[in-house]
Design a protein around this ligand. Structure first.
Ligand code: MN
Length: 323
């Protein structure tokens, strides 16, 4: 069995959802729940954004034990310093440095050239490494980038000390077999990847965030990042509860396992829903109100005789009290 690390970015990517404002105490409550769940890392926020954001990250870093606590930074010295200042009190602090690597984003986000992007990645990862030791590099918009250039940026980041490379499908554009092929090629092009953790971070614009994440894992990634309830900008991120229960339910077939305690998933979902005001659709997998309901009399009778008739998961396994 391969142990897959579960990273959470509910507090960063998740809270970037439009209209969401969760204060420091609310963020701390979510982080504590994530720690109870047993996630391997919590991305606590994007400290350079402002003092309230930085203070919320600081609070999580100081108060939450167990997971790695990550602060996000663009490939810029000021961002890296702000991220380090916010996470440095954590028992296991990490700085995640990201930079655009697709030509369209290099032109319009970085407003520079590929050489500029490489130079910034080199400098920022090196700087983060002198501060934090534990550095993650995320090549933004990797799935729309030139794979050869993507490989260059990843090689540079690893050379400067990145111990985790998290490949994102930033705009939710890829499809499973294409994402798997990209990661397979990347591992062939950058053999140093075998010495670091390869993670994936997928968005749900085409409803494929979890499927793409699974394809990434089967192609060699050993960490996946998601959010509770699939919260996140636009159509959201890979839903953490779906990633976890996919591996929990089909782990024997997939040869995968996690260290998550799934009985805390329902409480985590309800807390995030309450604090953000984003209600969960009734038919949402794992945490939707109807996810374990059998309304048709025919199904209900059969489930009454043997739950396995129509149930692939025991609702109690995810902490549900309604079944
Ligand atoms: Mn994202």
């Amino acid at each position: 069995m391969r142990r897959i690390e579960i990273y959470d970015t509910t507090l960063r990517d998740g809270l970037q959802s439009p209209g969401v404002a969760v204060d420091g105490q609310g963020r701390l409550a979510i982080a504590r729940r994530l720690a109870l769940l047993g996630v391997d890392a919590i991305e606590a926020g994007f400290p350079v954004v402002g003092e309230a954001e930085a203070e919320a990250v600081r609070l999580v870093a100081r108060e939450v034990d167990g997971p790695v606590i990550k602060g996000l930074a663009r490939a810029h010295p000021r961002d890296v310093d702000a991220a380090w200042d916010a996470v440095r009190d954590a028992a296991r602090p990490r700085i995640t440095v990201y930079a655009p690597v697709s030509d369209v984003q290099i032109a319009h986000v970085l407003r520079g050239t590929r050489e500029d992007a490489l130079g910034r990645i080199r400098a920022a990862v090196a700087h983060a490494h002198t501060l934090a030791g534990d550095v993650e590099f995320s090549p933004m918009d990797a799935t729309r980038a030139d794979p050869a250039f993507l490989a260059e940026t990843v090689a540079v980041a690893i050379a400067e000390g990145a111990a985790i490379v998290s490949v994102p499908d930033t705009v939710g554009y890829t499809v499973p077999h294409e994402f798997a092929a990209l990661l397979t090629r990347l591992q062939a092009d950058v053999t140093q990847l075998a010495q670091v953790t390869l993670a994936v971070h997928c968005h749900n614009d085409l409803g494929l965030a979890v499927a793409n994440s699974l394809a990434g894992v089967l192609a060699g990634a050993t960490a996946v990042e998601g959010t509770i309830n699939g919260l996140g900008a636009r159509a959201g991120n890979a839903a953490l509860e779906e990633l976890v229960m996919l591996i929990d339910t089909r782990g024997a077939h997939l040869g995968l396992e996690t260290a998550i305690a799934p009985e805390h998933l329902t409480a985590a979902s309800r807390l995030v829903s309450e604090l953000t005001g984003y209600t969960v659709q009734p038919n949402k997998a794992i945490v939707g109100a109807n996810a374990f309901q059998h309304d048709a009399a025919l199904y209900r009778a059969a489930v009454g005789r043997d739950r396995a008739t129509y149930e692939i998961m025991d609702p109690r396994r995810v902490g549900r009290d309604d079944a």
